[in-house]
Write a protein that binds this ligand. Structure first.
Ligand SMILES: [Zn+2]
Length: 332
């Protein structure tokens, strides 16, 4: 049995209570207060509850993955916004592809809702372009093509945050360096990712299982979404400690999909249970960890942490694989 609460007497008049479940600690004072023991207690609180901070980010606005019957893109956006507001989350970036509006112009409503809620938009290329499959010039043009709408929707606010589609940052070092130089010249920040459990993979099965009214399958999807999220949050934290020797401020990648919208309140609860505080992308990326650059060609990219592990030839910690095959086979 695991002990979740520990009482430590840190000196005359002071007891520290560590709650392992909540990753928190507090001091309890008695009338005999000595400054030394107070200092010691504060020091131990620092040790007992390292700051865990995470920024939530959403990719592929205004449209991501198939929808269940009766669900609209605007409905998904409203559900995500509501969950963020209920959790008092700092303003989350939505990374958009304006090219999606060519086929479904009415999806502009999603971007309008996002902005009306005060949430910022960032650049995810115009057509969700693969850098692996395209030249540097074509990729730069696709970044640029996304800018007029971004600029008009953001009214001069900071939209120069760039999220690479598929987290592919260049399959050769030359391409990687060329795009990084372009982004720097155009005053972009790279919206890096450190936590990713491939949340997108649940949206397709959710649409299919909903169409079949398969509530048992939907329950399974909910369970596996949360357990995979939990596993990969720990995985990211472990990699960060291996690379930087400490906990870093994290950035979590999510998508603007129907199942993500359903699961967001529970996902936020999970993060809070793990001791995370929600912060903005700007706050998270103030961590010096985001200045590191693996500077190598990587065909399948990955999170900043996965790239750094590869660049430094570190051994990937043991972890459960994601249930991709099972998800793909569900409700067919
Ligand atoms: Zn994307």
């Amino acid at each position: 049995m695991k002990v979740s609460r520990v009482n430590l007497t840190t000196g005359p008049g002071l007891t520290m209570v560590i709650d392992r479940k909540r990753s928190s600690a507090r001091c309890i004072s008695t009338p005999v207060l000595l400054s030394f023991s107070l200092l010691l207690c504060l020091f131990m609180i620092e040790k007992a509850s390292p700051a865990q901070e995470v920024a939530l980010t959403f990719d592929d606005l205004p449209a991501h993955a198939p929808l269940p019957p009766g669900v609209t893109r605007a409905g998904v956006a409203k559900q995500i916004i509501k969950a963020l507001e209920s959790a008092h989350a700092p303003k989350s970036y939505g990374f958009m592809n304006a090219g999606k509006l060519q086929t479904v112009p009415e999806d502009i409503e999603v971007l309008n809702l996002w902005r009306a809620a005060g949430l910022p938009l960032g650049n995810h290329t115009y057509s969700h372009m693969s850098l692996n499959a395209n030249t540097v010039e074509a990729f730069e043009q696709d970044i640029q093509a996304n800018e007029p709408l971004l600029d008009s929707m953001m009214h001069g606010r900071d939209w120069r945050w760039f999220r690479y589609p598929y987290l592919w940052e260049g399959d050769t070092r030359e391409k990687r360096r060329a795009i990084r130089s372009y982004l720097a010249e155009h005053k972009y920040h790279i919206a890096q990712v450190t936590l990713d459990f491939e949340d997108w993979a649940w949206n397709g099965p959710y649409a299919r299982c909903s169409a079949k009214n398969d509530s048992k399958a939907i329950e399974q999807l909910k369970t596996s979404y949360l357990s995979t999220a939990a596993e990969y949050i720990s995985f990211g934290q472990q990699m960060a400690r291996m690379i930087y020797g400490r906990d870093i401020k994290h950035v979590l990648l999510l998508h603007a999909g129907a199942f993500d919208a359903v699961m967001l309140p529970q996902l936020i609860d999970l993060l809070k249970q793990r001791g995370f505080k929600l912060v903005s992308l700007q706050q998270a990326e103030r961590d010096p960890a985001y200045r590191s650059d693996p500077d190598m060609g990587l065909q399948w990219g990955g999170t900043l942490l996965q790239q750094m592990m590869e660049a430094r030839h570190l051994q990937i910690p043991a972890h459960q694989e994601k249930p991709m095959k099972e998800l793909d086979a569900m409700c067919r």
